[in-house]
Design a binder for this molecule. Structure first.
Ligand SMILES: [Zn+2]
Length: 303
């Protein structure tokens, strides 16, 4: 569970916290809903995150610069990446998968509540929030600016390993100081929902037709959510990629926030391969689209 961050990466991480610089303006509303059997899945765009190549250190290379330039971006970045939560509905039931940044990462985010309102959903109608993991861009939105629970009636559901890690004083003490705000946010979230936290382990059923899929490495309890209704399936894979542009062709390129980079690479390769073989539809917290995955050279592509 060591955090393998170089000094240079730590500087990048501390520059990130708090965010607020170089956040691009957002024009796009939520990008539309998907039907999965009887479920409606709606991405809720919380904001755009300016991903710098230094946050994926292997991208500070000719290969990385070529990819950025090829996408019409400056060769030195940043690459604007979406931060999504997902509203999942079936009949009168409303669930949320992740909650965006809230106000904990500075201005430019905190649009989930407005995106929910645009769908005609109030925060108190959310019965459960499933959390892919406890990083601030996924869990910060569970808090009001005064760090109270934003979702009055929601139970939080997450992997046991995730709760254990972010609650662990020793893990916090051994983590780089620059990551202290991540622990602060995670612990504030757990404290704001006392008696409303349900821990699951492994491939638990989260609701009928909805399953947890452990995808460890980015964090110890990082998980995706797989919706299977009849012949229709969608995997919402959390943070398997932070940059479609950089990490799909290069699955071995890790982000500086991975708790265990080697495990994160192995998990990314395993799930990309499975999704490609099974023809599974996927989307993610940092993907602007949903689609299927195909092998392309030594990497993959989203189609
Ligand atoms: Zn994330």
């Amino acid at each position: 569970m060591s955090l393998r961050l170089s000094r240079r990466n730590l500087l990048a991480a501390s520059a990130l916290l708090p965010l607020g610089l170089r956040v691009p303006a957002i024009a796009a509303p939520s990008s539309g809903s998907y039907r999965v059997g009887a479920f409606t899945v709606t991405p809720l765009l919380d904001g755009l995150f300016p991903l710098e190549p230094s946050m994926i250190p292997a991208a500070e290379s000719q290969a990385g610069q070529a990819l950025l330039k090829g996408a019409g971006l400056p060769a030195t970045g940043p690459s604007p990446e979406p931060v999504n939560a997902f509203l999942i509905r079936r009949g009168e039931r409303h669930w949320l998968l992740d909650a965006g940044c809230g106000t904990v990462l500075g201005p430019g985010f905190n649009r989930v509540t407005a995106a929910l309102a645009a769908e005609g959903v109030r925060p108190d109608q959310i019965e459960t929030v499933w959390l892919s993991h406890l990083h601030a861009d996924h869990a910060g939105g569970l808090l009001t600016p005064s760090r109270l629970a934003r979702f009055a009636n929601a139970e939080l559901v997450l992997q046991e390993r995730e709760v254990t890690y972010w609650s662990d004083a020793a893990a916090r003490a051994s983590a780089p100081a620059a990551l202290s705000p991540m622990f602060e946010t995670a612990q504030a979230v757990l404290a704001a929902y006392p008696d409303r936290i349900r821990r699951v382990s492994g491939e638990a059923e989260l609701a009928p037709c909805i399953h947890a899929l452990p995808l460890p490495g980015h964090t110890p309890g990082h998980m995706g959510v797989l919706i299977v209704d009849g012949s229709e399936r969608l995997l919402i894979w959390g943070d398997i990629v932070h940059s479609r542009l950089l990490q799909m062709p290069h699955p071995d390129w890790t982000v500086i926030w991975d708790t265990d980079p080697a495990e994160a690479i192995a998990t990314r390769r395993r799930i990309l391969d499975r999704v490609a073989v099974e023809g599974l539809s996927v989307t993610g917290m940092h993907l602007a689209a949903s689609g299927r995955i195909e092998r392309a050279g030594t990497g993959y592509t989203l189609i």
